[in-house]
Design a protein around this ligand. Structure first.
Ligand code: CUA
Length: 264
């Protein structure tokens, strides 16, 4: 059979193109380490997200030496937490789910991009080598304020990173002569115990210190008893410092007679 030279050329070109297309698709699927989101993450009932151990207090948790987990809940039109901080040179596994409709969790400038479907948990593991700041945004149209749905991912140097958080519970006001307490709860999301010292500075005279050990993935409350007689009446600014973190407020000590019982 005699095949015309032009036809031979076109046949050869088509073959090259077909092989080329197949190679491109194969490379795209397995080459640069891009994986499709599958059902590895498991499923979850969107109505019981608050009861789920991972999602009831979403955020970053330390799970191994340089390994972290970040749980994120998407809902119209926010991510919780809206700001995620992880250390550089770490491996982070994101678990993202939706409370309402389909969203996406896209970290701009990286290949982190997944749909977030209610009922499903999207799981992605990413390595962050360098410190940097990335925007998180939603790529799936999810309603009127879809375009405002955004978050932030901070990759910070390792020595600037910890997972300690403070919250305080204290009265704004106390009567002169009464004792009042300033309670500070220290939470620790690292997978080792935090041994540290809590310091309370109040007014000009009082500085109190307490050693505290916060268990891994736990919290501990430090109670400072404040003597209002020492402070005297008036406004007294105070600061609790734990492991480089601070909480401040003001305590107002009032004269006992202002309470209306008895004479001073
Ligand atoms: Cu959420 Cu668009």
């Amino acid at each position: 059979m005699n095949i015309h030279t032009y036809e031979k050329t076109w046949l050869a070109v088509s073959m090259v193109l077909i092989v080329g297309f197949i190679a491109t698709v194969t490379y795209g699927a397995v080459g640069p380490g891009i994986a499709m989101i599958d059902d590895d993450g498991g499923s979850i009932d969107p109505d019981t997200i608050n009861d789920d151990e991972r999602f009831n207090d979403p955020g970053v948790t330390h799970v191994g030496e340089n390994e972290y987990e970040a749980a994120v809940v998407a809902q119209a039109w926010t991510y919780t937490p809206s700001e995620i901080t992880v250390p550089a040179n770490s491996t982070v596994t994101f678990y993202v789910t939706s409370r309402d409709v389909t969203h996406s969790f896209t970290v701009a400038g990286t290949n982190v991009n997944t749909m977030v479907v209610p009922g499903q948990i999207s799981e992605m593991t990413v390595e962050f080598d360098e410190p940097g700041e990335y925007g998180i945004l939603c790529n799936e149209y999810c309603g009127a304020y879809h375009h405002t749905m955004e978050g932030k991912l901070n990759v910070v140097p390792q020595d600037e990173f910890d997972l300690t958080e403070l919250s305080t519970d204290a009265s704004d006001e106390a009567q002169l002569g009464n004792q009042t307490t300033i309670n500070t709860t220290v939470s620790n999301d690292m997978n080792y115990d935090l041994e540290t010292t809590a310091t309370l500075e109040i007014g000009d005279q009082q500085s109190l210190e307490q050693d505290v050990t916060v268990p891994a993935h736990g919290s501990e409350t430090v109670e400072f008893a404040v003597d209002t007689t020492d402070l005297g009446t008036g406004d007294h600014d105070w600061t609790v410092t734990v492991d480089g973190h601070e909480e401040s407020d003001t305590l107002t000590v009032t004269n006992a007679t202002e309470g209306g019982d008895g004479d001073a």
